[in-house]
Design a protein around this ligand. Structure first.
Ligand code: ADP
Ligand code: ADP
Length: 239
């Protein structure tokens, strides 16, 4: 079953003068990992940012055509509140970006925005999320310390914990490992193999090896067009 349906989507940053994405259609299966792959500038991140309405808020002259449905709902409608949408669609960035706050406050952030105040509820959610991000054992004795004291790999897993704290359905990841060393990368990939049991994941990566290791399906983009979309094993089996 498709969690995300991208239906004939075109996207322009400059009101139609140049089309960064051209007639893209694909579906992302529920609780599977879909990889977006292709050379730099082909539009992978742009399409990812269409899935949580990040583009149209930042770019005033951005135009999105076509439909994107998440859990059957068209998210491109004027009536859709991007803040509500993002409760179901979390995002993790390449340049991990914990807030300059404590580890605890980073993870509790989204829950507090939702109005949750009870300390025991927050404590439980913080522990669950840090465990879910395979970070609990490393930080449980220093939850009040600044998140900025963590290593790069730990900061990225903290950002994953922050995303999953609000229990979204979809997790978008934009080159989540490209700022990490090989050991931290392996940890995040191992974590993704756990997260895939609970979340529908879409990951942008420039690495075919990474797509092979962690994704079920791969969409290959070139110059704003979808060139190939199939099971990852099939895409990379032919020489
Ligand atoms: P990829 O993720 O595949 O490297 P992007 O989606 O980042 O590609 O970029 C696709 C194209 O859109 C590139 O030509 C890029 O220069 C352009 N682009 C990306 N972001 C913006 C923006 N905020 N404003 C205008 N053009 C952009
Ligand atoms: P990673 O491979 O995750 O990027 P680093 O090489 O950056 O890790 O860090 C290795 C170790 O050093 C980690 O255990 C981390 O906790 C610690 N560390 C990294 N940066 C800092 C910092 N600014 N303050 C305190 N400890 C740090």
């Amino acid at each position: 079953k498709n969690m995300i349906e991208i239906d004939n989507v075109s996207f322009s940053y400059d009101n139609g003068k140049t089309n960064t994405l051209k007639n893209i259609s694909l579906g992302c299966l529920e609780k599977r990992v879909t990889a977006f792959i292709g050379p730099s500038g082909c539009g992978k991140s742009t399409l990812l940012r269409c899935l949580n309405r990040m583009n149209d808020l930042v770019e005033t002259s951005a135009v999105t055509e076509g439909e994107i449905r998440i859990m059957g709902q068209n998210i491109n409608g004027r009536d859709v509140d991007p803040i509500e949408l993002r409760k179901n669609v979390g995002m993790v960035f390449q340049k991990y970006n914990p807030f300059p706050k404590s580890i605890y406050d980073n993870v509790a952030y989204g829950l507090r925005i939702q109005g949750i105040k009870s300390k025991s509820t927050l404590d439980e959610a913080v522990e669950r999320s840090l465990k879910g991000a395979a970070l609990w054992d490393e930080v449980k004795d220093r939850l009040k310390d600044s998140a900025l004291g963590l290593s790069g790999g730990q900061q990225q897993r903290l950002c994953i914990a922050r995303s999953i704290a609000v229990q979204p359905k979809v997790l978008l990841m934009d080159e989540p490992c490209s700022a990490l060393d090989p050991i931290a990368t392996a940890k995040v990939e191992e974590l993704m193999n756990e997260l895939r049991k609970d979340y529908t994941i879409v990951i942008v990566t420039h690495s075919m090896q990474q797509a092979t290791r962690i994704s079920d399906r791969t969409a290959f983009f070139y110059l704003g067009e979808l060139i190939e979309f199939d099971d990852t094993a099939k895409i990379f089996s032919n020489p």
